[in-house]
Design a protein around this ligand. Structure first.
Ligand code: HEC
Length: 219
């Protein structure tokens, strides 16, 4: 007659020691939820190759490996680096920098407008008259009204300089917009500045345009 084995009082289909062995394995194998327990084939769980941006000790091991691109590396298809420094001298010299872009066609101009509306309109306003939500709510002070004469006259290179490095309460947009996109936005600003109330620059228009600009300035 077959004898029943009991473990902790429960009838077990296994024979005594076998069942205890299985229980022990079961307990060892699941310690914590975050702990993988014993790794059978470590190569599958942990990469043996060096991960590109992860910490490594290669330098200490005497292996010359450069984690980051060499200074001055230019992404394929990108424009040459902008080398003027972020200081008053750099800003002055920026006046002489010309946009490397040709005149944008209407599709590219629409893209430039899109970039302006995403990145700049929140402060400068869609009409560039410093009426963006951050300006009217008073959250950011001193926002430049790009429709003013001094900004209409500002050379494109200096605008690019400001968009690249930021100025006063305006931050740098170098991380959000690549060089080409920054030049596109600058071209868009330049083309829009003279549209609307401040346009007519010839003498016959001076009176009306002066009136228009003062009325927008008061708004
Ligand atoms: C957080 C609000 C804010 C955003 C967003 C912003 N600006 Fe400005 N911008 C300012 C302020 C404030 C000034 C005035 C800086 C000063 O003169 O101290 C300014 C000044 C400027 C000037 C005048 C530069 C000069 O030489 O005085 C230009 C041109 C300009 N911004 C373009 C842009 C463009 C293009 C974008 C989008 C890529 C942008 N701004 C996004 C706040 C902003």
């Amino acid at each position: 007659m077959r004898k029943d084995y009991k473990i902790f009082g429960i009838k077990s289909p296994f024979r005594g020691w076998g069942a205890i062995f299985i229980l022990v394995i079961a307990f060892i194998s699941c310690r914590g939820k975050r702990d993988p327990g014993r790794v059978y084939m470590p190569d599958m769980a942990y990469s043996r190759a060096y991960e590109a941006y992860a910490q490594n000790n290669l330098k200490q091991d005497g292996i010359n490996y450069v984690n980051y691109p060499v200074d001055g590396t230019i992404r394929r298809g990108d424009l040459f680096a902008y080398t003027l420094l972020n200081d008053s001298n750099g800003f002055k010299m920026a006046a002489g920098i010309k946009s490397p872009l040709p005149v944008l066609d209407s599709n590219q101009m629409m893209e430039a407008q899109r970039l302006y509306n995403i990145n700049c309109a929140i402060c400068h306003g869609a009409n560039m008259d410093a009426q963006g939500p951050l300006a009217t709510s008073g959250l950011v002070g001193g926002i430049a009204n790009l429709k003013l004469d001094q900004y209409i006259k500002e050379p494109e290179g200096q605008m690019f300089h400001v968009v690249t490095y930021g100025k006063g309460n305006m931050g740098s947009y170098a991380a959000q917009l690549d060089r080409k996109q920054r030049w596109m936005v600058v071209q868009y600003v330049k083309s829009e500045q003279t549209k609307g109330s401040n346009s007519g620059k010839d003498s016959s228009n001076i009176k009306t345009s002066a009136k228009d600009s003062s009325s927008t300035a008061k708004k």
